[in-house]
Write a protein that binds this ligand. Structure first.
Ligand SMILES: NC(=O)c1ccc[n+]([C@@H]2O[C@H](COP(=O)([O-])OP(=O)(O)OC[C@H]3O[C@@H](n4cnc5c(N)ncnc54)[C@H](O)[C@@H]3O)[C@@H](O)[C@H]2O)c1
Length: 279
């Protein structure tokens, strides 16, 4: 069996989970009318924009909701979840259990492509002076980051075992415009976000891929050899805000929010090692 979407030459039927959220609304706007079916799933109500939109409202933790969401779908784009650090009582159900339930329901329904909204916080505890590709070990900076590592591992297993395509998007900072000095390297604008997901949905068979969700920022420290495999070419660049934001740092030089890639996620709950080994 080869990896890939089942309907070569035709655009896939797409499920967008978390469609009512910030990234979901951006993608809904960009994709309305593009695919033969765009199913929008969220536990908050989402208003359809186009005749090819379908809405599934409910909690993806409910197996009946997950099963209804994936029926007849070629490509799942999974955005739903808690998009920031939280307690395990939030992160475990919404980011781990719901992802597992959705992906297994999708597999049972024969879905052949999975696009997963991962995060830079999967690698947050690498030193910020180090440029990163996708070969370095994961180094999550939070419970949230751990949940994204879980999703990436699930995707990897799905490709290796079930011969489906899976693309993990390590999204940086999705904003209208960058808001601090860190985001001069981590920002992804709306145009590039929609283009990144469109590429992950429509590219020819790619097996497993990890792509950083960042714009073409001159200062980026994250490099994505897999971007070329899915055809992602970002065009936005945070540099136009550099003069305004360069001084807007997250802390003093050497402080955890500046020292590590994950910024303030690393600083939260951080216990320094007095005179001990560096992390
Ligand atoms: N925004 C960013 O900068 C950024 C950066 C890295 C990763 N991400 C990831 O991208 C995804 C989308 O982020 P966002 O900023 O749009 O977040 P958001 O909070 O705006 O949207 C998430 C949506 O998921 C829905 N949801 C959560 N749990 C659900 C469940 N159990 N069942 C059904 N719906 C559920 C929420 O109702 C919400 O509408 C998240 O997975 C997030 O971790 C975002």
């Amino acid at each position: 069996m080869t990896a890939g979407v089942e309907r070569p030459g035709r655009l896939p039927r797409v499920l967008l989970t978390g469609a009512g959220g910030g990234i979901g609304r951006c993608l809904h706007q960009a994709f309305a009318g593009r695919y033969p079916l765009l199913r929008l799933a969220d536990r908050v109500p989402v208003a359809p924009r186009h005749a090819t939109d379908e809405v599934v409202t409910g909690d993806l933790l409910d197996p009946a909701v997950a099963t209804a969401a994936v029926q007849g779908i070629d490509c799942v784009v999974h955005l739903a979840g808690i998009p920031k650090e939280g307690g395990w009582e939030q992160i475990l159900p919404d980011n781990i259990v719901a992802t597992l339930g959705l992906f297994e329901a999708a597999r049972a329904a024969g879905v052949r492509r999975y696009v997963f909204a991962s995060s830079n916080h999967a690698i947050g505890f690498h030193e910020a002076t180090r440029e990163l590709g996708i070969e370095e070990p994961v180094r999550p900076d939070s419970r949230y980051g751990v949940s994204k590592v879980f999703g990436e591992a699930l995707c990897r297993m799905f490709t290796d075992k079930y011969a489906v395509d899976a693309c993990c998007l390590r999204i940086g900072s999705f904003r209208e415009r960058p808001e601090d000095a860190r985001q001069l390297s981590t920002w992804i604008g709306h145009r590039d976000m929609a283009e990144l997901v469109r590429c992950a949905i429509e590219a020819p068979a790619y097996g497993f891929a990890i792509v950083y969700g960042v714009s073409a920022n001159r200062r980026t420290k994250w490099h994505s050899p897999d971007a070329a495999r899915i055809g992602y070419v970002p065009v936005q660049d945070a540099e136009q805000w550099a003069a305004e934001l360069e001084q807007a740092t997250l802390g003093a030089p050497g402080s955890p929010a500046v020292r590590f890639h994950g910024g303030s996620y690393c600083a939260a709950e951080y216990v320094p090692i007095e005179g001990g080994p560096t992390r």
